[in-house]
Design a protein around this ligand. Structure first.
Ligand code: SF4
Length: 264
């Protein structure tokens, strides 16, 4: 079933409204925090380098666990020194493995961390904020992020949105931003009729249609709706923010993804 242009416009408008409310409230992903551990949250917020390394953790585990990773790593290592993170690869790997493991991907995450630390030192003088200087274009920053091992288009898009929304990065070209091709967002876009085909290009196109000036504005609202209401098996339509405008195409699901709660 295809939704009408009017229905899609209504859904898009509601996502934009929700996005504006979240932006005004300084929302991140867990209320106004990255993670539910206050010490770990403060650690991420205090340092551009920690934020960058935190992005690497946002894969295959819930967001709260992912963003707590850098702090837990620093506690186990007793430091968060980029030179040592780059050079002491075995120590980083052992700290990630635990037990308990700090992440599902105990082989790739340590390698990405050491690689990122080395790149930060070699190309940005150890200062991650130089990746996103004031006035940099969204496309340029995205490309710089994509150069890091472990950061693909989904993480780069999410990172740009977080940088602007939560780290005060003064980027230009927000019309070139988008939503991350994330499982929660894809499910909401499918069921709310914003897309009929689940591809990165279609999701990007739908976000740009819904919010031409800043497509990324609807990233967080769609992600939150997907995580909190539009559950894979039993969506909570009645309590959903989109309940008044969504066509509720609940028979649609994201192909190839189980019901385990994914990250971002
Ligand atoms: S939970 Fe229901 S109303 Fe909300 S986006 Fe999903 S299908 Fe639509």
């Amino acid at each position: 079933m295809r939704t009408s242009r009017t229905q899609r416009a209504a859904v898009g408008a509601e996502l934009v409204r929700y996005g504006e409310e979240l932006a005004a409230a300084g929302a991140v992903q867990v209320g106004d925090a990255f993670t539910d551990d206050p010490a770990a949250d403060a650690f991420v917020k205090a340092s551009a380098e920690v934020f960058l390394i935190g992005i690497l953790f946002t894969q295959g585990v819930p967001a709260e666990r992912a963003w707590a990773g850098p702090y837990q790593l620093s506690v186990r290592l007793g430091h968060f020194d980029l030179t040592r993170l780059s050079a002491e690869r075995d120590s980083v790997a052992a700290a990630i493995v635990g037990p308990p493991a700090l992440h599902r991907f105990v082989k790739t995450i340590p390698a990405w961390i050491s690689s990122a630390a080395g790149r930060l030192l070699a190309e940005y003088d150890g200062d991650a904020s130089r990746i996103w200087p004031e006035g940099a274009h969204v496309t340029e920053v995205t490309e710089r992020l994509l150069a890091f091992d472990g950061i693909g288009p989904k993480k780069a898009t999410m990172a740009v949105e977080l940088l602007v929304r939560n780290r005060g990065a003064g980027l230009v070209g927000m019309e070139c931003g988008s939503v991350a091709y994330d499982v929660h967002i894809r499910r909401v876009f499918l069921r709310a009729g914003l897309v009929d085909v689940d591809t990165p290009a279609e999701v990007r196109r739908a976000a740009a249609l819904a919010c031409p000036n800043e497509p990324g504005l609807i990233d967080l609202p769609a992600w939150l709706i997907g995580r909190e209401s539009c559950h894979p098996r039993v969506p909570a339509c009645e309590s959903c923010r989109l309940s008044g405008c969504c066509p509720r195409l609940t028979g649609r699901s994201v192909a190839g993804v189980g019901v385990r709660r994914p990250t971002r």
